[in-house]
Design a protein. Structure first.
Lengths: 678, 247
């Protein structure tokens, strides 16, 4: 089955690429030799007059000027700057080119919509337990991406902002379809708790047992609760609206950012598309997490800070506003924003542009660093302890050259096909980033663009983190979101240079390359392979570990147990209890569950931790967790145990003083207070 | 100038009406939610961006304006909430709406003072029939996709959803029993059996899907031993579906 799936996947990719390339070739033949005599769309790479004409895409509705100086009537559709009118006279008229551009956009949008429907069918099939669900998902996911990618990559296409926005919107929609009824991811539940606290207490900085650092960066929850308060929507729909808009806005911000620094609509569109393929963008960055609005703030800050015509009266207030907002929303994004501004300032200054641009970037970077430092010191001092672990892991990983515990071995828990797809996609991306950086330095005279592509080389540092650091897969995945803003720009430079008009095989190569990058990032990103399509229950999985039984049990205890009580549970149940209730959920007491009898050590543990309730999921006795752990920490013996036996999970039954107060089939809740005198 | 003032007045007018609705009008489900959505995620940011635009020869294009407005609206909420907290005010609907109203008024005033032109709105024209058909078709496909995903998830969450049984001791001689029917679309009859010492009582319940029942059962005399409550589908064998034990 796996071989068949692999072959089918590869054939589908190749066939789709072949169809698209043929279609595009026929279109190009129909409009004549657009490519002949065409200046490369590279600023600084061709005749000066063409370059001057290509400096900026004309605003929508404004008259466009051909290289010969002829004014054409205001066009309802803005032509891309990569064809500033330097076309052979044998080419079709601009009106027909506009029509073809619009037609290809419509076709791409329609095909992508079909892809969304196919993904939806795949999810429904997954929930019904159909074996073809995963294949259908891949077909649908590729159908959502590839037509839009071709539309953006194709020379001569206009209005690339629309397919970029559409791709981001479809991504958000697919993310919603994965879990359309409630938040399931543990981090989402943690932020849900913070939002509920604000709604109930009507104030900020209420301590959260679920994620203690979350109240210190309340931006996401403030936006959501403001929306809830005004519209009376629930937490789930309001949260979806906020992160969905932030997700789409981020893609638009990246597109505008790269367009502003490259002055090339095609590079901007491709860069935004490549950014959207980063491993965490489709799901993780579209979840109800504090990164979502923070990334939008970061994107706008960079957009305004790198403006050619930067004015203190316009760009500066918006940069300051976005920097202030990101500092109160997400710690890592704020730090990255400051670091990136500083790094850009240094790189631009080294190119001799200190006065025009470098000083401004350095100043804004210093402002960002100072703002974040002030916020952390004054309001969120726990940030240091929270981040010191992951930062320490990264440093230790590099210093010890990977000789650390807790590393995620590549390919350890996935199929060879999955690993191969990831490796190929990563390899292709590495080639694109490197070649894009070289091309930018050789052919472009724009210092900010060059600086962007240099920062894109941080992609290789992320690969190092993946391989060397403990928990490297998670860390590198999260950091790649930031790196892909720059790596995507470099890759876009390479892809645009690859697909020149008139070379069919290079067009196919460009499409295949971006598709492989996309596929590689799907396999290395989120959701994890075992829950690529929803439906199958996995004990202590992430989203797949949340089913009606444990949702109901978590809601019951959240509503019934005293607000300050302590509940012992496994990973998924604790996430739910923490998300729905104010109780302290302990997921690091595996002895309570693994012990064969309620002996003295168990009683001591219960009394020491003050455990009032124990929530037992009997399915732990029939399934090992796909994530490797039932609990936050397990001893080596516990990790080696195949599954805790059912009788050890039911050891509290019949024990004098222990009431079994809840039973919904798989899950039982025990009241321990009389046992240890709590 | 008249056109400029009209544009800003429209924004201000909407914000004033929406604020009044938040203060005085009862919510009417999704309708009021849709109508009030722009109050938080569009208006304050849109006004702010126009306040900083200033007089310039070419304004932001539509996409940039949308992104900046969204960012600024989010930033107003993120930073405005801190301002409300700092002033000792509660974060509630009324305070949020007043905050947004004040920011919008201030921004419009600054925009008028600076002479900011109203953004040239994109020329509205009817799209070609082909385009319209394709857009409608795409929307239809997305709506279908949404319905398929929603219904399959709902079916998963209710297909075979377990029944719940819970019991807590109220006082000596009485316990509260709670039952919830999580079965799929049919009314279910249950038998609840309560055993305390030598005494066993049972009663039947009829619950619709998703319905819950809760009641206090008196045990006749204070029981020192455990009280066992079992839940069976009515008419089934002696094997219990659910069992709770209360000491």
């Amino acid at each position: 089955m796996t071989r068949l799936t692999t072959r089918g996947f590869l054939l589908t990719v190749v066939y789709l690429g072949h169809l698209m390339v043929r279609a595009i070739s026929h279109q190009r033949d129909g409009i004549g030799r657009v490519g002949s005599g065409l200046v490369s769309n590279w600023p600084g790479a061709g005749p000066r007059d063409a370059v001057a004409a290509a400096v900026s895409a004309p605003p929508q509705g404004a008259p466009t000027t051909t290289a010969g100086g002829t004014l054409c009537a205001p066009c309802p559709i803005t032509l891309s700057a990569d064809q500033p009118g330097v076309v052979s006279e044998a080419a079709v008229s601009p009106r027909v080119r506009v029509w073809i551009s619009a037609a290809s956009l419509r076709v791409a949008l329609l095909l992508a919509s079909c892809g969304v429907l196919l993904v939806s069918v795949a999810y429904a099939a997954g929930r019904s337990g159909r074996p073809w669900a995963e294949v259908a998902f891949w077909c649908g996911d590729l159908l959502v991406f590839v037509p839009l990618a071709i539309r953006v990559l194709r020379p001569g296409a206009g209005r690339r902002g629309i397919p970029v926005l559409a791709q981001a919107a479809f991504q958000s929609f697919v993310g919603w379809m994965y879990s359309p009824v409630l938040f399931k991811f543990p981090d989402e539940l943690q932020h849900r708790r913070t939002a509920e606290d604000i709604l109930q207490q009507h104030t900020l900085f209420h301590p959260s047992a679920a994620l203690p650092i979350s109240p210190g960066f309340p931006g996401l929850e403030e936006i959501t609760t403001a929306l809830i308060s005004v519209t009376h929507l629930g937490v789930f729909p309001a949260g979806l609206i906020v992160v969905g808009l932030a997700h789409v806005g981020l893609s638009a911000a990246v597109y505008l950012l790269v367009k502003g620094i490259a002055h090339d609509d095609r590079i901007a569109g491709v860069a935004a598309l490549v950014f959207a393929t980063n491993p965490h963008n489709a799901f993780f960055n579209a979840m109800f997490l504090y990164e979502a609005p923070a990334l939008l703030f970061m994107g706008v800050a960079l957009l305004m800070a790198t403006r050619d015509r930067f004015r203190a009266s316009r760009e500066l207030p918006l940069v300051v506003l976005s920097i202030a907002a990101v500092c109160v929303t997400h710690h890592v994004t704020a730090a990255v924003t400051a670091l990136v501004l500083l790094a850009l300032g240094v790189l631009v200054s080294l190119q001799g542009e200190f006065r025009s641009c470098g000083a401004r970037l350095l100043g804004l970077g210093a402002l960002g660093a100072a703002s974040l430092t002030g916020w952390v010191i004054g309001v969120a001092p726990m940030t240091y302890a929270y981040l010191s672990g992951p930062v320490g892991n990264v440093i230790a990983g590099f210093l010890r050259e990977g000789s650390v515990q807790g590393k995620d071995e590549i390919g350890a828990s996935v199929s060879p096909t999955w690993t191969a797809t990831t490796m190929v996609g990563t390899g292709v991306m590495a080639i694109l980033v490197t070649s894009g950086c070289v091309l930018a330095w050789r052919r472009s005279t724009r210092p900010v663009l060059r600086a962007f592509t240099v920062l894109g080389l941080a992609f290789f540092a992320m690969l190092g983190i993946r391989v060397l650091a403990a928990n490297g897969a998670d860390l590198s995945g999260r950091l790649l979101t930031y790196v892909y803003v720059f790596a995507g720009t470099a890759a876009a430079v390479a892809l645009v240079a690859l697909w020149k008009p008139g070379r069919g095989w290079r067009a196919a190569l460009a499409v295949v390359a971006i598709t492989l990058v996309f596929a590689g990032n799907v396999t290395s990103g989120w959701p994890a392979p075992y829950e690529l399509v929803p439906g199958q229950f996995h004990v202590d999985g992430f989203e797949s570990g949340v089913d009606p039984a444990d949702t109901e049990a978590a809601r019951w205890i959240a509503n019934r147990a005293p607000a300050d009580s302590t509940v012992a549970c496994d990973f998924t149940l604790c996430s739910l209890v923490g998300g729905y209730g104010t109780q302290r959920a302990l997921d690091n007491v595996p002895e309570v569950f693994f012990a064969g009898a309620v002996d003295r050590s168990v009683r001591t543990l219960l009394a020491r931790e003050g455990i009032d309730f124990v929530v037992v999921d009997r399915r732990m006795s029939s399934q090992r967790p796909v994530t490797g752990n039932y609990f936050e920490q397990e001893t080596p013996d516990q990790l080696r145990t195949a599954r805790p036996p059912l009788w050890s999970l039911e050891k509290f039954n019949g024990l004098r003083g222990v009431s079994r107060i809840y039973d919904n089939g798989p899950i039982a809740i025990y009241d321990m207070r009389e046992l240890w005198g709590g | 100038m008249a056109r400029r003032v009209r544009g800003h007045a429209a924004i201000l007018g909407y914000v004033c009406l929406a604020t009044a609705a938040v203060w005085f009008a009862p919510p009417v489900g999704w309708v009021s939610a849709l109508l009030l959505l722009p109050l938080t995620i569009v208006c304050p940011g849109y006004a702010l961006v126009h306040a900083v635009e200033g007089r310039r020869e070419s304004g932001s294009d539509a996409l940039e304006l949308a992104v900046l407005s969204l960012m600024a609206s989010f930033a107003v909420a993120a930073l405005g909430g801190l301002a409300l907290y700092g002033l000792g005010l509660t974060l509630a609907a009324k305070s949020w709406s007043i905050l947004i109203l004040l920011i919008t008024i201030a921004s419009v005033a600054v925009a008028l003072y600076r002479g900011t032109d109203r953004m040239k709105a994109p020329r509205l024209r009817l799209p070609a029939p082909t385009t319209l058909a394709i857009v409608v078709g795409a929307c239809g496909l997305l709506a279908t996709a949404g319905v398929v995903a929603w219904s399959s998830e709902k079916r998963l969450r209710h297909d075979g959803l377990v029944q719940q049984l819970a019991a807590t001791r109220m006082r000596p001689g009485a316990i509260r029993v709670s039952v919830r029917n999580g079965e799929t679309a049919r009314v279910a009859r249950y038998r609840v059996q309560v055993r305390a010492g030598n005494r066993t009582t049972s009663f039947e319940l009829m619950l619709r899907p998703g319905e819950s029942w809760s009641g206090i059962r008196h045990l006749g005399h204070p029981s020192r031993g455990p009280v066992t409550v079992r839940l069976f589908p009515a008419g089934a064998s002696l094997s219990a579906d659910r069992k709770v034990v209360v000491w």
